[in-house]
Design a protein around this ligand. Structure first.
Ligand code: MOS
Length: 731
């Protein structure tokens, strides 16, 4: 079973439309809320006139600062609890800090009526000059994050130098499922149906902001049409929906519009990264100096950790990573798939490719010569690192040995072909988790934990793990997720849900089996009275002596004889972040990305035509959805390299391409054949099954591999994403 290729068990529910997503939730008497969005990016609200809006058909109320019960701020987070990006609650003051900030909210019987009412609310502002500049300026002097040796001196004396600045744009997560909240109060308690990648955290933040006890908030998120990090922490619409529902006394649904999703639910911020590498003529790295800025809002300090991989990916005696924030009148950014490392690796791996060209050295050979023996920043051994093998296997699959390194030298079918590669890494982490497993008389089992499935296959993986531990077939296992009423589970983020939940679920399943075997040996009607539980086994739904497997009793009979409804077990796992064993190791996943592009100069047509991704992420519990994760990430990486950028209108400070027609993402036509290989090195430091996550690493390094291929085909080095036709016309 483990290592099998099971399709998602929730697949049939989804393709038949029976999976209930947040915006599908419909409750008796429910009203619709539509926020009024500011039409300025900086200034103050002078007045709000809702008289005309209130007279429109179906309108129940219009709320704004002054007529809605205020919200509290949530206290600073403790660990992974209490996290929120935009900390200011809606309507806290009259100041506007970004275009699209919620300034009022209309409530009506239908979505259309609420939309019309929101449009009829008249808001007057005083306007100040806003800043949505594309050029980032440090708000404070850069702070050093990581340092060893003397990066500056070593760079100056290095015989071969690369000194370039790389820019990545504002990217918007754009999951197809819009963010949404349905809030339903019952007395002082509220249930929130929510598009959340972290229901436990959502409950903690909301109970603080609403000022109610924790027991009074339940957050439910059964299915997600993905999130990419945008749904990790609560956004203002959720608090607003809960507050409005409390006021009107009936359930309220608020679905964020696509346009608003460019303004008020986070994005990957713009980064500007100066990368200096100094090397000897034989390619030995002497110095790495990575200085970067990322944009954040004027409200919050969101940091894009671009230096995440820089200190440990290669061996280098002199290194400095330093950063600062740059502020603008934009919504608060947030984590997006591979936050920090993904834009950071675009810079580092592009710089490495430029260095390889300066050295006239194969880019794989350059990386091979600088493979570290240990994590030189923490001085710890890697728990499991097979980057060289990723590059070697990738090179073989891709046919890298046939590469002619001269620019524009490779042709096929009248097209110029470019080949590029990049290495990548992503942290391997886990968080606390609890789970329970119940084995029932009918031979089925139920698993419960309050983590979520964002579409990555968590339901399926947990069914597999439970089946493995109990011998109960996957189709007889019911997995319950996405509800704060279940045993606390981790966020679906950071690629650590699988690594975190598996140990808890597998120990719960084993405990349930032990409970069942205990019942089989003790009690007046026990079938194996007098035997020791250790002498028994549960195989194919039957309890038997290990010494006599043929003479078994169905598990349902064991429970019936004990007059017990079900055998239950609970399990938990704890974080290794700071845990004893993991403190001795540096834990990361690694990979190598290989891209082929075709370039047709006559029509300025660029395509990614082939991609090979080799990933070292421990053991794959279910390779089929794991492969889907890498394929999806590569497709997203093509978007990052060639298409995606949210742009702001300088005059109004508004995102101007705030829809899926103008904000371009990869489509099927842009997706080439993608060859995914997983190296199979279980990482037992991280968990007993050796599984690391794969949600993010497929995006790391991908854009750098593509721009390296673009350079190989065209001779143009694009250092500011996305690659534009205009850039290539210089070719
Ligand atoms: Mo991911 S950006 O941690 O959902």
């Amino acid at each position: 079973m483990l290592g099998g290729k099971l399709p998602r068990i929730d697949g049939p529910l989804k393709v038949s439309g029976r999976a209930v997503y947040t915006s599908d939730v419909s409750l008796a008497g429910m009203l619709y809320a539509v926020p009024v969005r500011s039409t300025i990016a900086k200034g103050r609200i002078v007045s709000i006139d809702a008289a005309a809006a209130r007279k429109l058909p179906g309108v129940r109320a219009v709320y704004y600062r002054g007529n809605l019960k205020p919200f509290f701020r949530s206290a600073p987070p403790q660990g992974f609890s209490g996290l929120i990006d935009e900390k200011r609650p809606p309507f806290e003051d009259d100041e506007v800090r970004y275009y699209g900030q919620y300034v009022a909210v209309a409530v009506a019987q239908t979505m259309e009526q609420a939309t019309a009412a929101a449009a009829a609310v008249r808001v007057r502002y005083t306007t100040d000059a806003h800043n949505v500049d594309r050029h980032l300026v440090a708000a404070k002097p850069l702070e050093t994050e990581s340092q060893r040796g003397d990066a500056d001196a070593a760079f100056k004396s290095a015989p071969v130098q690369v000194d370039q600045t790389y820019v990545t744009p504002d990217e918007v997560h754009n999951p197809i499922e819009l963010h949404a909240t349905v809030a339903a109060w019952d007395g002082d308690s509220v249930t929130l149906y929510e598009t959340s990648q972290a229901v436990m955290n959502h409950r903690e933040v909301l109970r603080q902001m609403l000022g109610v006890p924790k027991e009074n908030v339940r957050v439910v998120s059964h299915f997600l049409g993905s999130g990419f990090g945008g749904k990790l922490w609560p956004w203002t619409h959720s608090i607003l929906a809960a507050g409005v529902a409390r006021e009107v006394g009936v359930p309220v649904k608020l679905v964020v519009t696509r346009q608003s999703m460019f303004e008020a639910v986070g994005h990957r911020p713009r980064t500007q990264q100066r990368f200096r590498i100094g090397a000897s003529r034989d390619g030995t790295l002497q110095s790495i100096h990575h200085e970067y800025l990322n944009q954040t809002s004027v409200l919050d300090d969101y940091k894009e950790e671009c230096g995440e991989s820089t200190p440990f990916l290669y061996s280098v005696p002199n290194l400095r990573v330093a950063s600062a924030l740059s502020r603008a009148n934009v919504g608060t950014p947030t984590a997006m798939r591979g936050p920090g490392a993904v834009p950071g690796l675009f810079a580092m791996e592009s710089a490495m490719d430029e260095l390889a060209i300066a050295l006239k050295m194969d880019p794989i050979e350059l990386r091979r010569r600088n493979e570290p023996k240990l994590d030189e920043s923490s001085k710890l051994p890697f728990s499991s690192r097979h980057l060289l093998e990723c590059m070697q296997v990738g090179a073989e699959k891709f046919g890298w040995a046939r590469r002619d390194p001269r620019v524009g030298a490779m042709k096929r079918d009248g097209l110029t072909v470019g080949w590029g590669m990049a290495a990548c890494a992503w942290g391997a982490m886990r968080d606390n988790a609890q789970a329970s497993v119940e084995i029932r008389r009918d031979g089925t089992a139920q698993v419960k934990t309050a983590t979520q499935d964002i579409g990555t296959g968590t339901y399926t993986v947990l069914a597999i793990v439970t089946s493995e531990a109990t011998g109960i077939p996957v189709d007889r296992i019911d997995v319950q997720l996405g509800d704060t009423a279940l045993p606390p589970g981790p966020i679906s983020g950071g690629s650590w849900a699988t690594a975190s939940v598996i140990p808890a679920v597998s120990s719960a399943a084993r405990a349930a089996v032990q409970a069942l075997l205990g019942m089989a040996t003790s009690g007046p009607s026990a079938p194996f009275k007098g035997a020791k539980p250790d002498d028994l086994q549960l195989v194919n739904g039957r309890v038997s002596r290990k010494s006599d497997p043929s003479a078994g009793v169905p598990l349902g009979d064991v429970l019936a004889r004990a007059n017990v409804r079900a055998a239950t077990g609970s399990g938990q796992s704890s974080t290794t972040i700071g845990g004893e064993e993991s403190r001795k190791y540096s834990l990361h996943s690694f990979g190598a990305q290989f891209a082929e592009v075709t370039w047709q100069p006559e029509t300025a047509r660029l395509r990614v035509s082939r991609f090979v991704s080799v990933i070292d992420a421990g053991r794959m519990i279910n390779p089929k959805p794991a492969r889907n994760q890498i394929e999806g990430a590569v497709v997203m990486g093509i978007g990052m390299a060639l298409f995606e950028e949210a742009r702001y209108d300088k005059r109004y400070g508004a995102p101007i391409n705030s829809n899926l027609a103008d904000y371009i993402v990869s489509t099927n036509a842009d997706a080439p054949p993608i060859d995914v290989t997983f190296l199979d090195y279980p990482d037992k430091v991280l968990n007993e099954l050796g599984a690391r996550g794969v949600g993010e690493i497929g995006l790391a390094g991908t854009a750098a591999a593509i721009t390296a291929a673009v350079h190989h085909a065209t001779g143009v080095r694009v250092r500011e994403l996305p690659v534009r036709i205009e850039d290539l016309l210089r070719a």
